[in-house]
Design a protein around this ligand. Structure first.
Ligand SMILES: CC(=O)SCCNC(=O)CCNC(=O)[C@H](O)C(C)(C)COP(=O)(O)OP(=O)(O)OC[C@H]1O[C@@H](n2cnc3c(N)ncnc32)[C@H](O)[C@@H]1OP(=O)(O)O
Ligand SMILES: CC(C)C(=O)C(=O)O
Ligand SMILES: [Mg+2]
Length: 586
């Protein structure tokens, strides 16, 4: 029987804040970022990190620009204790970076934490206890006063030990499970901790208000943060920090709204690793700011390296569709997207504006260390734009539009059959097979020469030698130029009524050895017009090769018609017809 959610779950009550201000706010500067990868991220791993993986991630976090890094829960495990010692003893903490350590508000754990910090110049001691109504009732069996007492005693001990150590201690307190805590009680317990620490605007206390479990829509978290900021005393002596989790999949949105609601600081992890559905993903937050023109102060410019590092350290994969970081997030397979991206990139190249404007690409992939190569990939969802983009990008082909249509039909047939992707290399192979390679039975051009007809003005005579299966065949023709004369010669040789419908060419590079491409559209009686492509350093020979390419394709089609085989050539006929129909309809 299906569960009735109305009887099993209760909706989260709204916050009474009718004059809420956060909806009109915008994010114009980055918060203080604090990484909790090495603690919250680590405590959620199947295989928690040892010193080597922790050190690798720590170095990456420092390199990214994090200035506050929670390196562990030293009282909880020997590895975490040893790691704090390792960083301190190996002098691995830059002057502008502050180590942070987490501890429960329990005396032996606090004492052990201070042992781990010996010799550290500056550290954030982050103490917490659970405050939600549910945890008070079922975990601690205590009333509000008892829970406040745990927090106060923990803070008092930390304050005392801070006075006794050479380490400069920055205080941080979390009413853990804040999102399930009544707001007036959250303020009461935080103010009790403030009474112990006596923060000032010059020595501010970090009050971290975690969405330990994400329980409501992001606007509710924003309301909770704004409500708290407006009711807590001495706001200017506080750094309000948020620590969102992602249970509802809205951790990033909740954090952004919380920043609009007044939070100064964000604790999170790279790619959102962390308990259950994870902590908030700091990479996405930072990149979201970046795309709004705000420098996030974190360097994500080598995203592939960050992903590799994260996957190595956490032994968890980053999803291929992960915002900004996933392998596929800058890739378009679908035809209309490819077409728009292709046109957008071309327009951008032609404009003098530095402002990024490309349809379907919210950011320039190169800003995160990705190349354009993977932007357009070909499968059965792709169209001519994508195919043309890749052949132009990799081989400088400037295919005429009807040829794009014709060739994308060839490709589509192959991808429909294989149900897979065609790589750029395979695409080029298919193109060469279709237009540039001489198949058995095809006509090849061995040599040619043209001379003016001494008996007529503007007429040239052509003598050429074709090869078919290693056999030479001399041919002769006349026309108003070499191309016309060659078509004339082929008419005689093949017995086909051939007409040249369209012609275009372009050079590849400059200089005597530069190659040229010629594209011809030929009409053979009984067939739809068909393209041929030729390549040569001599433009006339490139044109003749292109004509042969088209004629050979017709001949292959005829041969396939007789034998019933040669799928690709058969399909080419249909594709060519479809291509003509499309072009005619425009
Ligand atoms: C939301 C978060 O991410 S919070 C951080 C969570 N991270 C971790 O827990 C990872 C590291 N933790 C650990 O390794 C262990 O929990 C330790 C070493 C800290 C403590 O281990 P244990 O002493 O065996 O206690 P355990 O965690 O099983 O149980 C918690 C006990 O501490 C109490 N407790 C929990 N939090 C607090 C707190 N902040 N202050 C005081 N007591 C607390 C519980 O009520 C429970 O008491 P009980 O034994 O009387 O029932
Ligand atoms: C320790 C606290 C801040 C925490 O990790 C949480 O509440 O999620
Ligand atoms: Mg957490």
């Amino acid at each position: 029987m299906r569960v009735d959610p109305a009887t099993k779950y209760t909706p989260f009550p709204p916050v009474d804040l009718p004059d809420r201000r956060w909806p009109s706010a915008t994010i114009t500067r980055p918060p203080i970022w604090a990484s909790v990868d090495l603690r919250d991220g680590n405590q959620a791993l199947v295989e928690p990190m040892g010193i080597e993986r922790k050190a690798r991630m720590y170095n990456a976090l420092v390199a990214m620009g994090f200035k506050e890094i929670e390196v562990g829960f030293p009282a909880a495990s020997q590895t975490d204790f040893d790691f704090a010692r390792y960083l301190i003893e190996h002098d691995m903490v830059p002057d502008d970076v502050t180590l942070q350590v987490l501890v429960q508000a329990r005396e032996p754990l606090i004492r052990r934490t201070f042992e781990a910090l010996k010799g550290c110049k500056r550290a954030i001691v982050h103490v917490y206890n659970s405050t939600s109504e549910l945890q008070r009732r079922v975990v601690f069996g205590m009333d509000r006063a008892g829970i406040i007492d745990i927090a106060r005693q923990g803070a008092q001990l930390i304050h005392t030990l801070a006075d006794e150590t050479d380490t400069e201690i920055v205080y941080q307190y979390s009413p853990e499970s804040f999102t399930g805590t009544e707001l007036d009680f959250a303020v009461d317990i935080c103010e009790a901790v403030m009474d112990v620490y006596q923060p000032t605007p010059d020595k501010r206390l970090i009050l971290n208000l975690p969405s330990t479990v994400e329980m409501a829509t992001p606007n509710v978290y924003a309301d909770q943060i704004e409500w708290f900021c407006r009711h807590v005393k001495n706001r200017d002596s506080l750094i309000i920090s948020v620590h969102p989790h992602n249970d509802r999949g809205t951790g990033v949105a909740a954090t952004e709204l919380a920043l609009m609601a007044g939070a100064d600081r964000v604790e999170g992890t790279l790619f959102g690793n962390g308990e259950r559905t994870g902590n908030v993903d700091i990479v996405t937050l930072a990149m979201n700011m970046f795309t709004q023109g705000v420098d996030p102060g974190l360097d994500c410019s080598n995203m592939p390296e960050l992903v590799t590092m994260s996957e190595y350290c956490t032994r968890l994969p980053v999803h291929p569709r992960h915002p900004y970081a996933g392998e596929l997030v800058f890739t378009a397979f679908s035809g209309s997207h490819q077409d728009a991206i292709n046109k957008g990139l071309r327009a951008l190249r032609q404009s003098n504006s530095g402002v990024w404007e490309v349809p379907y690409l919210p950011i320039d992939p190169t800003d995160v260390g990705r190349t354009y190569e993977a932007v357009i990939r070909i499968n059965s969802q792709s169209g001519k734009g994508g195919v043309a983009h890749i052949l132009e990008r990799d081989h400088a082909l400037q295919m005429p539009r009807p040829l794009q249509v014709e060739f994308s039909g060839v490709v589509q047939h192959i991808t429909d059959e294989s149900e897979g992707e065609v790589t750029a290399k395979q695409l080029w192979d298919i193109f060469q097979q279709e237009y540039l390679v001489q198949h058995p039975g095809d006509l090849g051009l061995k040599e040619y020469r043209t001379v003016p007809d001494t008996h007529a003005t503007d007429v040239r005579l052509l003598d050429a030698v074709l090869t078919v299966n290693d056999e030479d065949r001399p041919i002769h023709g006349r026309g108003n130029g070499p191309v016309d004369a060659f078509v004339d010669a082929l008419r005689t040789e093949t017995g086909m009524d051939l007409t040249l419908v369209n012609y275009s060419e372009h050079a590849l590079g400059v200089g005597a050895n530069a190659q040229a491409y010629a594209y011809v559209e030929m009409k053979a009686e009984g067939h739809a017009p068909m393209y041929g492509v030729g390549r040569h350093s001599n433009i006339v020979q490139a044109s003749l090769n292109a004509i042969l390419s088209a004629v050979n394709r017709v001949r292959r089609l005829n041969a396939a018609g007789q034998s019933g085989g040669a799928r690709s050539t058969q399909k080419t006929k249909e594709d060519a017809q479809a291509a003509r129909a499309e072009v005619a309809a425009q």
